[in-house]
Design a protein around this ligand. Structure first.
Ligand SMILES: [Zn+2]
Length: 198
């Protein structure tokens, strides 16, 4: 039987350091892979408490909009624990970057994780040269993956490109330089739930 965690076990406090935040995600994923369900505190009291005390998420995650890639489940997190930005292909454009700045500079999350995944439809579309209405995504991804044709390595390159895009934002680069932020990458294996941290 997988161990059950309550909200208090991971009660988020501001200034959770980058290494500890990463450890929490790794531990959460280890539990997720073997878990049969995911029960967290969604009570009216928890909702009200988070409203009154404000949110203090311990990590920011930028990931794909794929319905199988749900950070709160993948890392066994509850309300108020993760600041999540989702967009197909986990690309980082101006809106995603601004969201990351809000989370890191104002909410003080000290880990910024780009989470790509295998069997990503957006990456497949980019590999196949799809254009038209999806071009804003596929063109950006195609640039990121270059001549890579292996789907897993393409997802790695795409995540690394998103990390580079985040590091090109002055506020985020300054935070990372000061040791107040770590920008990391990871790939979620869609078939089994395991996260590879890059
Ligand atoms: Zn995807």
């Amino acid at each position: 039987m997988a161990q059950r965690y309550t909200a208090d076990d991971f009660d988020s406090d501001a200034h959770v350091g980058p290494a500890e935040a990463l450890q929490r995600l790794k531990e959460g994923n280890r539990i997720y892979v073997e878990a049969l369900d995911h029960e967290r505190d969604l009570s009216p009291e928890r909702i009200r408490d988070l409203f009154e005390r404000g949110q203090k998420p311990f990590a920011t995650v930028i990931t794909c909009a794929d319905s199988r890639v749900v950070p709160e489940h993948i890392f066994m997190a509850g309300l108020g624990e993760l600041f999540v930005v989702r967009v197909a292909g986990n690309v980082v454009g101006p809106l995603e970057a601004a969201s990351a700045v809000y989370a890191c500079a104002h909410l003080h999350t000290r880990l910024l994780l780009v989470l790509g995944h295998t069997h990503c439809g957006a990456i497949k579309a980019a590999l196949e040269g799809e254009a038209g209405p999806v071009a804003p995504l596929t063109e950006r991804i195609a640039t990121a993956i270059g001549n890579e044709r292996d789907p897993y390595q393409a997802s790695v390159r795409n995540a690394q490109a998103a990390m580079a895009d985040l590091r090109s934002v002055d506020e985020l680069a300054a935070l990372e330089r000061q040791g107040d932020l770590a920008i990391a990458g990871a790939i979620y294996h869609t078939h089994c739930g395991v996260v590879d941290f890059l």
